[in-house]
Write a protein that binds this ligand. Structure first.
Ligand code: HEM
Length: 271
């Protein structure tokens, strides 16, 4: 449900009027389907949102639970992944030493949330929000759990079952909806709008743009999961991309990933 402040920030169709249905996918690191909820590699968690618009179209937000990203450019992301995958452990050490944002990402505490509904999510890359009056602001999405964040200690987390987040969420929704606030952090002049590794200070204005109320799990499980594609550049008028080069690269990569998932011969793909 959008707020009045949302309508002042952007003329986007889902930023004004009445409630709009959404479909949300929560995920573990990078959306890898086989990573267990209790795996040390499962952070950051993902939250992808698809707004089903009244005109029959849709628009997405793809966010994760780390405020920032290890690299600023697609070229560096390729280098980072190659270093991570290298059999020589010195490779990743070299990369981390020369890339402070990647160092900070690697050193971040590996927090296990009590629930997908007790975690915050960050859109990382900036967008340009334009109002009906033609006024534009750069902003970054932030999605805050209304119930607040809560994390297990490392010792507690070690006892969690592999699918503890999925189980918890199913149980939670039988009792009450999960609610999140959609916030847009507004850039001040001088804040980088092209580098997701540069975190804007917390004193920046936060516009409360709306509230998500999640009340049921989609019934058609795995088949529906495979058929869903969320991309950061699935946009509508009133919200446009910043010049952050990651946005275009992300958009392409997500589409390639989707196409491979549906390629003939892919596991569960089209025949
Ligand atoms: C150039 C940089 C990036 C590349 C190449 C990349 C690549 C990918 C790919 C290939 C997928 C799988 C998509 C699918 O199969 O549907 C994915 C998923 C995901 N990525 Fe990225 N990513 C990048 C940056 C980011 C950033 C900055 C964030 C932070 C918000 C992020 C968050 C996510 C999330 C939450 C998912 C799961 C999406 C879903 O539920 O469908 N990624 N990424």
């Amino acid at each position: 449900m959008p707020t009045e402040a949302a309508a002042l920030l952007s003329r986007a169709i889902h930023f004004k009027g009445s409630a709009i249905p959404v479909v949300v996918r929560f995920s573990n690191f990078a959306g890898l389907p086989s990573v267990a909820d209790n795996d040390a590699m499962s952070n950051p968690r993902g939250m992808s949102i698809k707004f089903l618009l009244p005109d029959g179209g849709d628009t997405d937000i793809v966010a994760h639970s780390y405020n920032g990203f290890p690299v600023a450019t697609p070229e560096d992301f390729v280098k980072f992944l190659r270093a991570l995958g290298s059999p020589d452990p010195a490779e990743i050490q070299r990369f981390l030493h020369t890339h402070p944002a990647a160092q900070a990402f690697a050193a971040a505490p590996n927090l296990a949330p009590h629930s997908y509904a007790r975690e915050s999510y960050f859109g990382v890359n900036a967008f340009r929000f334009t109002s009906e009056a033609g006024v534009s602001h750069y902003g970054r999405y932030r999605i805050e759990p209304v119930a607040g964040t809560a994390y297990y200690t490392a010792a507690q987390a070690a006892g969690n079952p592999p699918d503890y987040l999925a189980q918890e969420f199913q149980h939670r929704l039988k009792l009450e909806p999960a609610r999140f606030r959609l916030m847009v952090q507004i850039a001040r002049p001088g804040d980088s709008t092209t580098d997701g590794t540069v975190i804007w200070p917390d004193d920046r204005v936060m516009v409360h743009a709306g509230t998500f109320t999640l009340n049921r799990i989609a019934p058609d499980g795995a088949a529906r999961q495979r058929s869903m594609l969320f991309t950061p550049l699935s946009l509508v008028g009133g919200i446009s991309p910043s010049a952050d080069p990651m946005l275009v690269a992300r958009n392409r990569a997500y589409r390639v990933s989707y196409a491979r998932r549906h390629a003939p011969g892919a596991e569960g793909g089209d025949k």
